[in-house]
Design a protein around this ligand. Structure first.
Ligand SMILES: Nc1nc2c(ncn2[C@@H]2O[C@H](COP(=O)(O)OP(=O)(O)O)[C@@H](O)[C@H]2O)c(=O)[nH]1
Ligand SMILES: [Mg+2]
Length: 468
């Protein structure tokens, strides 16, 4: 423990030195973390944000937009993190027949540098200065793993097995467990079979809209796929015989915490200045009350990572630093007519409420908003038998045909959704919610305009506006 603590501090110290070396005194560096559960919209968000910071015609909501002289990509400061494939993603979104970017399953980084003309009193006396924005894209699932650090293998197993009951794929895993004795001698193929079955369950639950699918690397293994550190699964019991399957799973669980979870928090998470957490609230509402409640509890766990005071390990790696601002953004708001955006924001705020109330976020400033990083629809009002209806129109992902779409009426009072979700309702009583998948529309952009969006400029203003 003590040695781990020392090592963490030494690494942080050395990083501090290189940070100052690579960033000349006059340049500002903002490390912007972009996270959210898989499919929340991180890749689309970063691509559109960068494109819109390069061509700022649609960024009126960013106060300093007019003061930015140029924006350009530069080599990122961290040589060992994969580069965010901005050019590929943008090419897909802006192709004559546009498509969504391919899913990414690991951390990546991009440095966008802005030349900004200082405003205010001194503006006449000084030339433009440079602000580097280091955007770090990482899976929200990895933040869920923080909760594992405080748990023993037996604690974790108990919770994991309780969650698996009744969820898609969960019963298959539990049935497999029935055929296995955790105290039998370790048999590697059996351990592999267990962890594959457990991963398949997590995958199926995730596809059905559940959020709490830890350990995070089981879904997003990256280059750890197939390694022993991911070859374990929850087992019933508190103590396991020497050399048994249970004992080995316990050891690998500890190894996962030490070699996977801690390094991520120490090397990446602890260096973030500003954070956006993307949340697919509409998707969860569509998936039903159980998925919405699971999203609520997953978000509460994720937000736990932004309260360093609560956790001795985090306190140590942060060393008094903190995330200064956190934005919670409900994504894909282009599925809704703007008349329903306030309701979506209210639901998002309420969803995070409990976690936000408990958290002091160590003084970080927080906000919630509804955004669409890439707007795929136009608004329309159609006449329906009960009167006018505010809909959106877009190109369907499945057929490529244009369709008008009404996703259902979100309640003005978020409790109308969150209360039944918490009480374990099986389906929504008074309403039906649907989500349609729209394809990105072919774009004809005027020179100087980035891709169309909803409130991306406001999000940028909150996250980095004060530093420009
Ligand atoms: N309509 C709409 N769909 C979006 C938007 N952002 C993301 N999506 C959808 O969500 C999917 C996942 O987005 P992606 O950025 O790859 O999510 P990630 O896994 O968090 O990186 C995309 O393929 C789109 O179908 C948006 O602004 N509008
Ligand atoms: Mg992605």
């Amino acid at each position: 423990m003590v040695i781990a603590a020392l090592a963490d501090q030494v690494v942080r110290g050395v990083e501090g030195v290189t940070d100052t070396l690579t960033a000349p005194f006059s340049d500002r560096v903002i490390r912007l973390g972009v996270t959210g559960l898989s499919r929340a919209g991180k890749t689309v968000f970063i691509t559109s944000l960068v494109a819109n910071l390069m061509d700022r015609g649609r960024m009126q909501g960013l106060a300093a937009a007019g003061a930015i002289r140029t924006a350009y990509l530069q080599p990122q400061p961290d040589d060992t993190i994969p580069r965010f494939r901005y050019e590929d993603h943008l090419a897909r979104l802006t192709a004559p027949d546009p498509s969504w970017p391919q899913g990414t399953r690991q951390i990546s980084e991009l440095r966008l540098s802005l030349r900004v003309q200082p405003r205010g009193l001194l503006s006449g006396f000084s030339g433009p200065r440079t602000v580097h924005i280091d955007i770090v894209d990482y899976p929200g699932e990895w933040l869920l793993d923080l909760a594992l650090l405080d748990k023993t293998y037996a604690d974790w197993s108990r919770g994991a097995l309780a969650r698996a009951k009744g969820r898609p794929g969960g019963d298959d895993y539990l049935a497999l467990l029935d055929t296995i004795d955790p105290n039998a001698l370790l048999d590697e193929p059996q351990a592999q079979k267990l962890s594959q079955s457990y991963s398949a369950y997590l995958e199926a639950s995730r596809a059905a809209g559940f959020s709490d699918c830890t350990p995070g690397r089981f879904l997003l293994p990256g280059d750890l796929a197939g390694s022993p550190v991911l070859t374990f699964a929850p087992l019933p019991g508190d103590r396991f015989a020497r050399g048994s399957l249970g004992r080995e799973c316990e050891r690998r669980f500890d190894s996962y915490k030490r070699h996977v979870v801690r390094p991520f928090f120490r090397d990446h998470f602890a260096r973030i200045d500003r954070q956006i957490v993307l949340v697919d609230v509409l998707g969860a509402i569509h998936a039903g009350p159980a998925a919405l409640d699971d999203l609520r509890s997953a978000m509460a766990q994720i937000l736990g990572a932004f309260r360093p005071g609560r956790n001795a390990f985090l306190t140590r790696i942060f060393q008094g630093r903190r995330v200064e601002k956190i934005l919670f953004a409900a994504t894909k708001a282009d599925h809704l007519h703007h008349s329903q955006h306030p309701q979506l924001t209210a639901i998002t705020t309420a969803l995070l409420r409990e976690a936000r109330d408990r958290a002091d976020f160590a003084g970080a400033q927080t906000a919630a908003m509804s955004i669409a990083a890439l707007r795929t629809t136009v608004e329309e009002t159609v006449t329906h038998r009960d009167g006018p209806l505010d809909v959106v129109r877009g190109r369907l992902l499945t057929s490529g045909k244009q369709a008008a779409f009404y996703p259902g009426k979100l309640p003005d009072d978020p409790a109308h959704l969150l209360a039944p979700a918490r009480d374990g309702a099986e389906k929504w009583l008074n309403a039906d919610y649907s989500v349609m998948s729209f394809a990105p529309s072919p774009l004809t952009l005027r020179p100087g305009d980035g891709p169309p969006h909803i409130r991306l400029d406001k999000a940028a203003q909150f996250l980095i506006g004060d530093k420009l």
